[in-house]
Design a protein around this ligand. Structure first.
Ligand code: SF4
Length: 379
């Protein structure tokens, strides 16, 4: 039996497109288009399962798009089909991304009965002005209500996603939002920095010289402030954008960051077998056509060279609190480059983490500047 793999299921539908979003999703799809979609996922699963024979599944993640737009019975049908195709680990984690404005208490209960044991709630902000800037379909009261329902439900871990770095963000605004958020004690929290992605509405507004997001120094300052508040509340910063109460880290994402193998289903979803990464083309129409004709959907792939595998491993190691360990590196890639010891000593001495000669562990600031540190190490 090989190590457990992860399964990612992409649900490419959203009620309305958010102006900053570059993920693949279709806006305002017809109900029939949405409810017929899981049948395509099942067909894709049947076609790929042979190539992954002998694997068991440790985590499943329904991401999007807006997976909570699906009826819970259809989410259940995908989980059941995955269970028929693969063995499930006893402690399997099954996450569903869930947006306020698309669920109520009954629907959340139905998702839990369907087998979801972790809800990742895209609240993004607890302030109506910031939610308006981010173009979300929900307001603050709906975000609070969804958090309340989810955190009161039994048998489910709750994670909340928030977005930092809009021009409206200040320490004072974040003080007030955290005062509203933390009493719910979500098991884990993600804080993403707003970035301007090509092809989005925000990119067009930036071209017209509108102020779209804070500068990187301002974002790091804000994130340090947020991180201090979270640490006081008992949360551990375990990855660049992620904090969790002890034992509640997202295992699906940790699997990615440790370069574990995974299957992705749905248009734009990626799969990875340790060296070969493939991805379905982001087009639901050609995805539908191919599977209805009994074929795999159009996809592309890349095979990583040994040097790319090494760079990716280092880059990802520096993005998690456990950091980069020379012993683990040696086991996988051989001799550690001679310059790294002094580079990591200097990085630690500059206040970005701890280095004991064998393992470099980034601190809060080191995690927030992980890209700069890996660029320094990898040259
Ligand atoms: S709801 Fe999420 S996936 Fe959909 S457009 Fe907004 S940010 Fe993108």
């Amino acid at each position: 039996m090989l190590d457990p793999i992860s399964l990612y299921v992409h649900v490419p539908f959203c009620q309305r497109r958010c102006p900053y979003c570059a993920f693949y999703s279709v806006e305002s799809a017809r109900e029939e288009e949405i409810t017929s979609y899981p049948r395509l996922l099942l067909k894709e699963l049947q076609l790929i399962k042979e190539s992954w024979r002998g694997s068991s599944i440790g985590t499943i993640y329904f991401g999007g798009g807006t997976p909570s737009i699906l009826p819970p019975s259809l989410v259940e049908s995908v989980i059941s089909a995955a269970k028929e195709a693969f063995q499930f680990e006893d402690d399997i984690e099954v996450t569903l991304e869930c947006n306020p404005g698309t669920v109520d208490a009954g629907k959340i209960e139905a998702f839990i009965s369907a087998g979801i044991n972790r809800l990742s709630i895209g609240i993004q902000a607890l302030n109506d002005d910031r939610l308006g800037f981010l173009g979300r379909i929900h307001d603050m009261n709906q975000a609070v209500e969804t958090l309340k329902i989810a955190t009161e439900a039994a048998g489910v871990d709750v994670s909340a996603d928030l977005m930092a770095g809009t021009p409206l963000d200040t320490r004072e605004s974040w003080y007030r939002e955290l005062e509203k958020l933390l009493p719910f004690r979500p098991d884990s929290l993600s804080f993403y920095s707003l970035t301007v992605e090509e092809g989005t509405d925000l990119a067009l507004r930036l071209e017209k010289n509108e102020k779209i997001c804070l500068g990187s120094d301002e974002v790091v300052d804000l994130m340090m402030y947020i991180g201090d508040r979270l640490a006081d509340a008992g949360y551990r910063h375990y990855e660049v954008s992620n904090w969790a109460l002890p034992g509640h880290e997202c295992r699906h994402n940790l699997h990615y960051w440790r370069r574990g193998r995974y299957i992705g289903l749905g248009p734009s979803a990626h799969s990875f077998d340790g060296k070969r990464r493939s991805w379905n083309k982001p087009d639901v129409t050609s995805y539908r056509e191919a599977l209805n004709n009994g074929n795999l959907p159009p996809s592309e792939y890349e095979v990583l060279s040994d040097a790319e595998v090494m760079s990716e491993w280092v880059y990802l190691a520096l993005r998690v609190a456990d950091g980069l360990d020379f012993g683990e590196y040696q086991e996988m890639f051989g001799e550690v480059p001679s310059s790294w010891k002094s580079l990591l000593e200097k990085t630690a001495a500059s206040g970005y983490g701890d280095f004991d000669g064998v393992r470099f562990k980034p601190n809060d600031r080191g995690l927030l500047l992980a890209d700069e540190i890996s660029a320094r190490i990898l040259g």
